[in-house]
Design a binder for this molecule. Structure first.
Ligand code: 4NP
Length: 171
């Protein structure tokens, strides 16, 4: 195990009960599998479901692929996250804009050098879903939850490729 500080990534959607918890667990799985020194967390731009476990449907579909979401609890994105995390991954374009708005507030409250975080789309480097939104499955059917998993797997592998090029993420 490296003594280096981990590279810290935060996955962000609206509610932090469907897309971003799925992204958190899938991205962590591929980072760990590739022995990357990356720490992954998730949050929501809203505070609709504070401290709630992920949506039962997200949990059920994820578990069928071997991903256990049961221990996660929802929380809202905070200004402090811009100081703590290196990379904030937005699940869709509205999330991206909302994250950027909060980052502007963070920049007013803190010196510019304190703000570590870069913002990107989850699908930024994904050639299968290039810069595409991760569609919100909350009001939809089972296929939406499967689509979230498909896209999280594909986009996570694309990020692993990017992290492998960054020497500070390797053990
Ligand atoms: P998520 O999905 O942003 O992927 O967690 C949603 C969860 C809850 C709500 C909307 C989207 N909601 O309106 O409560």
């Amino acid at each position: 195990m490296s003594s280096k500080m981990p590279y810290k990534v935060l996955c962000v959607c609206l509610g932090n009960i469907c897309r971003s918890p799925t992204a958190e667990v899938v991205l962590r799985h591929y980072c760990d599998e590739n022995r990357l020194n990356v720490l992954v967390d998730s949050a929501g731009t809203s505070n609709y479901h504070p401290n709630k476990a992920p949506d039962e449907r997200s949990q059920k579909h994820a578990l069928k692929r071997g991903f256990d979401l049961s221990r996660l609890r929802a929380r809202q994105l905070t200004i402090n996250d811009f100081l703590e995390f290196d990379l904030i991954l937005a699940m869709d374009h509205q999330n991206f804009d909302d994250i950027q708005q909060l980052m502007k507030k963070a920049m007013h409250q803190y010196e510019p050098h304190c703000i570590k975080a870069k913002i990107a789309l989850m699908s930024e480097h994904d050639t299968q879903y290039p810069q595409q939104a991760l569609p919100d499955p909350y009001y939809g059917e089972a296929d939406g939850f499967e689509r979230v998993l498909d896209q999280c797997e594909s986009s996570s592998l694309a990020w692993v490729n990017v992290f492998q090029q960054q020497s500070n993420t390797n053990y």
